[in-house]
Design a protein. Sequence first.
Length: 187
Amino acid sequence: MSPIIQSDDAEREGVLGAAKLMLVAARTAPKSGGIDDILTTLVYGAEKDSIADKMDEIGGERRLDGFKRDAKNVRQSEAIVLIGVRGSKSFGLNCGACGHVTCEEFEKVGKKFGEDFGGPTCLFKALDMGIALGSAAKISGELNVDNRIMYRIGTAAAKLKMLPEATIIMGIPVSAKGKNIYYDRSR
């Protein structure tokens, strides 16, 4: 092994290491009732690029430039952290936020996938996912690894069945560049 590690190699390894810690942060984030229905995975290399390809395809089909813009960010990223949730499971409070009077009703109703995700979704499972996303983004930021939570990545990942049990998926691309590529994307 060489006693010199080039900057590109060290940065790539550092970003992947940070992404692994993001998975840890999502896993250990607080969950409603301590019930963990969060799903996570780390995607890089050819699989990451397949997400970008799917985003371009969706953007073309729907005539939505945001998918194509975000696909460019995915290609420029070192990796993507995917966080999803088993949202078709109920929490058991009968709160009605899902549109049903009881959780029993919610569980009996047929689940359907819309253009992007499945529903109806239990509010508490969606909140748990939001907390997991925030925890993952926070640890990335604390490690000075650029990131941004992106809905469109989750849409493509769902269509590619990357987290097959998830009813909702979001993606967090990560990178270490001289300038944060996820903000001020007009240039």
